[in-house]
Design a protein around this ligand. Structure first.
Ligand code: GDP
Length: 296
């Protein structure tokens, strides 16, 4: 995961640690290396600029220059700023509502939405002992409804059937009623994706959002899309008040820039990352752990 970025930054870190003295010149040189590493990882340019400026400001502060091990102090700054960039503390799902807690899933086609619903159903059952119901409001692709049925069964959760002949709003209403009468803790609502953002899709999901008033609205996006992933998330967030992002396919050879840019560009935290096609391939996102992992 994020191997290239990690290797590059690990090299910079090794050099920094080896420096007996930090001068303005060698600090600038290291900041330049960090900047290149982030740009090559496809982190958005304004985010890179901001990040480097923050690290520079702290690195040239007296605490670092006077520290016995200035190199290590600088590495500590990079580590903390990386975690901060990704949101600081881990952002957990909220269940602060009368059950069922509704989680609305949004995203473009192929982002990994339906797979993520299955993964999340399993994660919620196993980690939080929640009774989960899933439903698909994707009335455009009958295969999508069947796919959700399959992953839900694999996850050991309950599935609320729907058909392409129904309206998304009616499906959502009936599923919610079922979840209430059968004491489900969580209702996971899968929605229709499109190849690109279009008005009809946005209007439909906005209507579902207004009707269901979900406690969580998660945007599922493919890390392989790099900066496009972040721009799509931002566009969705303008129509739909997202509560978080799920970044999928981080196991692939994505350069990882999206993981670093999402919070800064959308203002919304990454809550989970997808790290494989199987239902076990979901991890809750911890900025501090991810920063440690990146710095190796
Ligand atoms: P949807 O159209 O957004 O519902 O996308 P799907 O859930 O059908 O997923 C599209 C493809 O991405 C499928 O082949 C999934 O197996 C794959 N996929 C989803 N999440 C991940 C992930 O985290 N890692 C990998 N490697 N593949 C994933």
């Amino acid at each position: 995961m994020l191997d290239n970025l990690s290797q590059r930054l690990a090299r910079v870190v090794k050099t920094i640690k080896g420096e007996a003295r930090l001068t303005e010149a060698n600090t600038q040189e290291m900041l330049r290396e960090i900047r290149i590493a982030l740009l090559e990882a496809d982190v958005a340019l304004p985010v890179v600029r901001d990040f480097v400026a923050k690290v520079r400001e702290k690195a040239l502060g007296q605490d670092v220059l006077q520290s016995l091990t200035p190199g290590q102090a600088l590495v500590g700054i990079v580590n903390r700023e990386l975690a901060e960039l990704m949101g600081g503390k881990a952002a957990e799902l909220s269940f602060a509502t009368q059950p069922p807690a509704i989680i609305l899933m949004a995203g473009l086609q192929g982002a990994g939405k339906t797979t993520t619903v299955g993964k999340l159903a399993k994660w919620l059952r196993e980690n939080l002992k929640k009774k989960v119901l899933t439903v698909s409001c994707d009335v455009y692709r009958p295969a999508a409804i069947e796919q959700l049925r399959t992953v839900t069964e694999q996850a050991g959760a309950d599935f609320f059937p729907s058909t392409p002949q129904q309206k998304p709003a009616d499906i959502a209403r009936d599923a919610l009623q079922w979840a209430k009468t059968h004491y489900h803790d969580v209702l996971l609502v899968d929605t229709a994706g499109r190849l690109a953002i279009d008005e009809q899709m946005m209007a439909e999901i906005a209507q579902l959002h207004a009707q269901l008033k979900p406690i969580e609205t998660l945007f599922v996006v493919d890390a392989m899309q790099g900066q496009d992933a972040v721009n799509t998330a931002r566009a969705f967030n303008e129509t739909l008040p997202l509560t978080g992002v799920v970044l999928t396919k981080l196991d692939g050879d994505s350069r990882g820039g999206a993981a670093l840019s999402v919070k800064a560009i959308t203002g919304k935290p990454i809550k989970f990352v997808g790290v494989g096609e199987k239902l076990t391939g979901l991890e809750s996102f911890h900025p501090e752990r991810m920063a440690n992992r990146i710095l190796g």
